[in-house]
Design a protein around this ligand. Structure first.
Ligand code: B3K
Ligand code: ZN
Length: 847
């Protein structure tokens, strides 16, 4: 492991070891003299003793210029300086600590702390990046007010809070270091304003590089809608006179909620009809909302320590999902959220990286910004709301905001608010935070003598470091239909809180059970469900999630039987699918979701869970065969349906039009299997927006078209975000046998810059996530490609390398040959001189 300070950086940190700091900091005064190679950071920290002990400040990659307390330089024996800490011995009870540090932002390719992107200075401090800027108590329970002054020969100088004078900022709201931000550069703003519910006017700016300002309109609109929504739904108003967003090209993740100065990956800000797809627009809306909502859930009330990360992330994801559902429609949003949850979180929970929503130990906290903390964390909030009810949920949130404003909190603080308003004991519910793994709920039902009985049992699988877990409280929403599809019992919630339980209902005839409506709990439901019941639910359930789920169940059964037994695709299924796709009364977005088959990874996950070793090639081939069977079944209607879906007028990213385009694209994908690409070529040429263009482009790549990639490149070479799509699509849509070769060739392209995370993710993620059969090619070429690039990237950007390494986390699913190939790559990485980040991931995956 590289850069390890013995006994320090390879140390595991435990939740149980939490202790408050002996000396705290209440105000931070920073002066930056910016220079790419030698930025000088002068810090004056107002410090106050709370309990006995040394003050240990964090600081990494810093050159010390000076150090003084209350104006007097410190003698050598008054402090100890290491590569990672500055310890003050015998500090007084109240004092001003003055340090001057020198740093080199241009050399910082880890994209943590202060770094440079496209000529601009920017920061990323969460989780522990501030320590690369100056010495400070770099932990979330130390909340301070800030004054910041920036000196640089650049037109735009930004930091948190309100601008006092050019380049001088004051943030009156106490915040932890991770929310600090600074941006300086040649930027232009799109500006607007918002009047809060208490009548204050807030200036809104989205700062971008000159030339990009025409692509900020949608993000600005999403911001204003987010501000209004949080006032209306959660009663939360914004609290500064300005809200700035900056778009940055080189960014390790999606965006960052720094107080009053959100920094975004440009991919999640910049959008125009010509350059962004409907998916991009929806992501921009959701991420702008997410970061804005953090202003209350995360910033005003933050986390006591990083183990409480889900306190802000799970809650904020839940809030952004609610917002998107309000903007775009509940059903489609919920189906999309559950698809993501199963694809990312269920997968994580089923492998060596499984961990609780609130982990109990870590080596590198950046490795815990996971689907479990975020998405399962959001599901836990959703279940809490279901269990206490919408009214108590709203009251509990208000109590939380009132009671804990300005504090750094724990999950216990959060749950106590809901216990208080609902009068309910949530101690069993709290197990959702501490027990890892996806619960499996087994359901058996029977009907006899006028009684319908549902028997339920729950089990929770062993996960790393956890066995013999206790039963959880699982809210199961369900309703009943009669055999004609009419609802005979509306939705009710059964709380499964013991290992086994049952529900009995008196009825004249056996009903059709619609269980887990709206996916009321993040569990795997294990049951035998007849085709007849599924067909009734698909046609008639009042719960749209379960309508979709029934169709998905039918499809999944067919695919699994085709893979394991070579079963043919039956007309009953194809007829039902065809009816949904042609149902003009249904939302086109829903019809598009109904037409899309379970992903290759989903099928592999399900086979593995059933004790079958998944064969990635067989999965790929069978899935294609199923699509062809659907295409042939729908052959006569594909074109007329597409024609009927045309949206009149200019492109508009609204959800209704986007749904039509999504269905049209899904139909085109099937049509391409029949006509070899004729319709796609016409669609590509006719496209006047990036959504239609990408749909046609990927269809043509699937069809083996050899010229379209060059055309696309010639048209879009100048646009970095569009070119990310070009890089990714070629790898994701390569024939599996060629995927690693295509990916490798693209890494030699003049525009492949691995130091840009978006470009790296486009090519490497295009293979690992976009082309599973290619990644798992039997010759191991995909594995070698990933491991080579992880090691290369890790030398400069450990965070993104560690994150991308999770592609290997399913390795124990596969056959002995593939396992041996992956194990060899993991072992080679474990032996290599890697970062703490990557080393932790590799060691966990090796188990
Ligand atoms: N809070 C940031 C994520 C920071 C990740 C640090 N490795 C973005 C978000 O969740 O809103
Ligand atoms: Zn977040």
């Amino acid at each position: 492991m590289r850069d390890a300070t013995p006994g320090q950086s390879d140390q595991t940190i435990f939740l149980s070891d939490y202790a408050p700091v002996p000396v705290t900091v209440s105000h931070v005064d920073l002066h930056f003299r910016l220079d790419p190679q030698a930025t000088e950071v002068s810090a004056r920290l107002t410090c106050r003793r709370q309990r006995p002990g040394d003050m240990v400040l964090n600081g990494e990659h810093l050159e010390m210029v000076s150090l003084a307390i209350d104006g007097t330089p410190l003698s050598d024996d008054a402090y100890t300086l290491t590569d990672t800490t500055l310890t003050l011995h015998d500090a007084p009870d109240a004092f001003l600590l003055e340090t001057v540090a020198r740093i080199a932002p241009a050399a910082n390719k880890a994209l943590e702390g202060l770094y440079m992107s496209g000529g601009m200075y920017c920061t990323q401090c969460e989780a522990e990046g501030f320590r690369r800027i100056t010495w400070m108590l770099d932990r979330p329970d130390v909340m301070a007010t800030y004054d910041v002054e920036i000196e640089a020969d650049l037109p735009v100088l930004l930091s948190n809070g309100d601008e006092v004078s050019p380049g001088k900022w004051h943030d009156p709201w106490p915040k932890p270091t991770y929310l600090f931000a600074l941006v300086a550069g040649n930027l232009v703003a799109t500006s607007d304003s918002f009047v809060t519910m208490d009548g204050r006017e807030v200036a809104l700016n989205i700062w971008v590089r000159p030339g990009d300002e025409g692509r900020t309109g949608y993000a600005m609109d999403a911001l204003k809608r987010s501000m209004a929504w949080d006032e209306k739904v959660y009663g939360r108003a914004y609290d500064l006179s300005v809200f700035n967003i900056v778009a940055v090209d080189d960014f390790n993740m999606g965006a960052m909620e720094n107080k009053g100065l959100n920094i975004f990956n440009s991919k999640y800000v910049l959008a125009s009809p010509e350059t962004a797809t409907d998916t991009d627009f929806a992501l921009i809306e959701g991420i702008v909302a997410h970061e804005y909502f953090h202003n209350w859930t995360g910033n005003r009330i933050t986390c006591r320590d990083w183990f409480q990360l889900c306190l802000k992330e799970g809650l904020t994801v839940f809030r952004d999902q609610q917002f998107s559902a309000d903007m775009r429609g509940d059903a489609v949003q919920r189906i999309g959220d559950v698809l993501q949850l199963r694809a990312r979180q269920f997968r994580e929970d089923a492998g060596p990286l499984a961990h609780p929503v609130r982990p109990e130990s870590f080596v590198e906290i950046n490795n815990f910004y996971t689907a479990t903390v975020y998405e399962k964390g959001a599901e836990v909030i959703g279940m809490l709301r279901t269990l206490v009810g919408a009214d108590a949920y709203a009251k509990g949130c208000t109590l939380y905001f009132d009671r804990h404003d300005g504090q750094a909190c724990t999950i216990e603080d959060w749950l106590a608010c809901f216990e208080e308003v609902s009068g309910r004991d949530l101690s069993q519910f709290k197990l959702w935070y501490s027990q890892a793994g996806t619960p499996r709920v087994t359901l058996r039902d029977s009907f006899a003598d006028g009684t319908y009985r549902i028997d339920l049992a729950q089990t929770l699988p062993d996960t790393p470091g956890q066995t013999d877990k206790a039963p959880m409280v699982i809210p199961l929403s369900f309703g009943l239909l009669d055999q004609s599809g009419k609802e005979i019992r509306p939705t009710e919630v059964f709380e499964l809180s013991t290992a086994q339980d049952s529900v009995s209902v008196e009825l004249a005839e056996k009903p059709v059970l619609s269980m887990l409506r709206g996916f009321s709990a993040p569990v795997i439901l294990d049951r035998d469900q007849s085709d007849a019941d599924r067909l009734i639910l698909l046609a008639s359930d009042t719960d749209p999630f379960n309508r979709w789920e029934a169709g998905r169940g039918l499809a999944k059964d067919r695919l699994l039987r085709a893979i394991t037994e070579g079963a043919a695709f039956d007309d009953a299924w194809l007829d039902a699918l065809s009816a949904v796709v042609q149902d003009e009364g249904a939302d086109p977005a829903f019809r598009a979701l109904a037409l899309s088959l379970p992903s290759e990874d989903d099928l592999a996950q399900t086979l593995h869970a059933a004790g079958v070793v998944p064969d990635p090639d067989a999965i790929y081939i069978t899935r294609r065969a199923a699509m062809l069977a659907i295409a042939e079944h729908l052959a006569d209607v594909l074109t007329p349906l597409r024609d009927a879906l045309r949206t009149p007028g200019a492109y508009d990213p609204n959800a209704t039009d986007a749904g039509k385009r999504a269905l049209s694209a899904a139909l085109l994908r099937h049509l391409t299997l029949l006509d070899g690409g004729t319709a796609s070529r016409a669609a590509y040429d006719a496209a006047d927006n990036m959504t239609d263009r990408m749909a046609a482009f990927t269809c043509l790549l699937d069809a083996g078209d050899t010229t379209v990639a060059d055309h696309f490149e010639a048209d879009w070479k100048h646009d970095r975000l569009v070119m990310d799509k070009w890089f990714m699509a070629q790898v994701a849509h390569a024939a599996p046998g060629r995927a690693a070769v295509v990916a490798h060739a693209l890494t030699n392209h003049a525009d492949f810059d691995p130091s840009n995370p978006n470009r790296f993710r486009a090519v490497v993620g295009g293979l690992t996530a976009g082309n599973p059969a290619g990644f798992h090619a039997p010759d191991g070429s995909g594995y070698a490609f990933l491991a080579d690039w992880l090691l290369k990237l890790d030398a400069s950007n450990p965070q993104t390398a560690a994150r991308m390494s999770t592609a290997f986390d399913t390795w124990r699913r596969y056959d002995a040959d593939r396992q041996a190939l992956i194990r060899a790559q993991l072992e080679a990485m474990a032996e290599a001189d890697t970062s703490r980040d990557l080393a932790e991931m590799v060691n966990r995956m090796l188990g």
